[in-house]
Write a protein that binds this ligand. Structure first.
Ligand SMILES: [Zn+2]
Length: 454
């Protein structure tokens, strides 16, 4: 009896990662992500899964980013009562990210109802903060390298993947098969995180392909951010940086700290971190010292390098300040969160700057801004964009194409099958060709909803 894998998300798209494994009567879900970006994709969150949640025996998470964990509150509310296995870092980050995700969904639904621009009356949240808090109790943490049995006959081991705190590759062993999930792979040369560890032998490999068709530029985040913020300070403008609360916010804070120390930007340039989640995450760096490159002194410097803005009132008060100043706020692709208010306020003035801090999924406001669009829709209104838009090419928590290939080359033996997942179709297909031609291994890009042997 073989093991099968059904691609319920993260197939030909970067979001919604969900891989359903079946062996006989046993069913296991690897990652439980939310679809984000294009409305067509987001609507998939509202379609019931092809498996009843109470028929799933175990859930394993590779990391806490919402496109890997954000569907969990709904899965639990709809009947999944089993354990959710993850690393300690992922457990800690889920406790920050999932309740916030529920809160944002409630706010968006309430906003749509207040302003009457939802086609559905009343607009409902996908899940609530309460749903999210409830599912956290199901998370069971396992250290990296420690093998455990999520269900009888299955062995699972988390391996370090870099990327963000807690991020793991996952080796599953069942029925004599070794199935390796890369998870989201960090860069070997990451500014903040330690590199991914070597891949263990596997029969089947699922590899992410977010940057499967691209190479990171040679210059680092300091070389890109320094001149931009220097320009901004010179003209007294306000820079708005949409940042992911996890990882990117800390990377940018660390970069600004270093730029100030080197004298490349004014040491008194005010910096505000307007994201309670990012503040909490920054504190978590102290509890997971072996996962990143910072020492105690640098971690403490992170928390002092910006004025931390916790309450909505403090956030609104920022609007009364004059530039120059730098505001970091979530979310990283401007799909929601406090950054929307700052963008609505500052995008219209040419003295200001919007700094996009990493990959922007097609269909997000971040991608619209990156494309040079003259306006962007925020809270049901068109906001004109006159501010300078800067996209940091170097800021990325993902391995690029050559680093993905290098990780595959650490496999001790050639796998029988590679599935290329977690990438837009062009990126996934570029990596597939690179694997087939460069390594001579079988690779395919699975379609959404398709089932294959694992
Ligand atoms: Zn990720």
């Amino acid at each position: 009896m073989g093991v099968s894998i059904t691609f319920l998300g993260g197939a030909s798209t970067v979001t919604g990662s969900k891989y359903l494994l079946r062996h006989g009567a046993q069913t296991l879900l690897v990652d439980c992500g939310l679809f984000q970006g294009y409305k067509q994709l987001r609507l998939r969150n509202w379609t019931p899964l092809p498996v009843a949640p109470d028929q799933i025996d175990a859930v394993l998470l590779t990391h806490a980013h919402l496109d890997h964990s954000g569907y969990l509150p709904l899965l639990a509310r709809e009947g999944y009562a089993g354990k959710v296995h993850a690393t300690p870092g992922t457990r800690d980050l889920c406790a920050i990210l999932l309740p916030d995700s529920g809160h944002i969904q409630e706010e968006d639904a309430a906003f749509a109802n207040r302003h009457g621009f939802s086609k559905h009356a009343p607009a409902l949240p996908l899940y609530t903060r309460k749903d999210a808090l409830a599912c956290l109790k199901q998370i069971k943490a396992h250290d990296f390298g420690h093998t455990f049995e999520p269900i009888p006959g299955w062995r699972a081991t988390f391996l370090r993947a870099g990327h963000i705190l807690g991020a793991a590759s996952l080796l599953l062993e069942v029925a004599g098969r070794r199935i390796l999930f890369s998870g989201d792979l960090g860069r070997s040369d990451d500014f903040l995180m330690n590199p991914p560890e070597r891949a263990p032998a596997a029969d089947t490999v699922l590899i992410e392909s977010t940057y499967g068709d691209r190479s990171h530029p040679k210059e680092d985040v300091l070389a890109e951010l320094g001149p931009a913020l220097h320009r901004l300070a010179g003209r007294g403008g306000v820079a708005v940086l949409p940042v992911f609360a996890v990882g990117r916010a800390q990377e940018i804070l660390h970069a600004i700290d270093q730029l100030k120390a080197r004298g490349e930007i004014p040491h008194n340039l005010p910096v505000f971190l307007d994201s309670p989640m990012a503040i909490h995450t920054t504190q978590l760096f102290e509890h997971h010292m072996d996962e990143h490159r910072l020492d105690q002194r640098q971690v403490r410097a992170l928390t002092r390098s910006a004025t931390m803005i916790s309450t909505p009132d403090e956030s609104k008060a920022l609007a009364r300040r004059h530039g120059p100043m730098v505001i970091l706020a979530a979310s990283g692709m401007a799909t929601g969160g406090r950054v929307l208010h700052h963008l609505a306020l500052y995008a219209g003035n040419h003295r200001n700057m919007i700094v996009l801090t990493g990959y922007q999924s097609p269909g997000t406001r971040g991608a619209t801004l990156a494309s040079g669009a003259p306006s962007v829709r925020i809270h049901g209104k068109d906001v004109s964009v006159s501010a300078e838009v800067v996209q940091l090419q170097s800021a990325s928590a993902h391995a690029d194409a050559s680093q993905l290939e290098a990780w595959l080359r650490t496999l001790p033996t050639a796998p029988g099958q590679i599935y290329v997942v977690h990438g837009e179709i062009s990126a996934a297909d570029a990596l597939r060709m690179r694997i087939e031609h460069g390594l001579g291994w079988r690779a395919l890009v699975p379609e959404h909803g398709s089932t294959w042997p694992a």
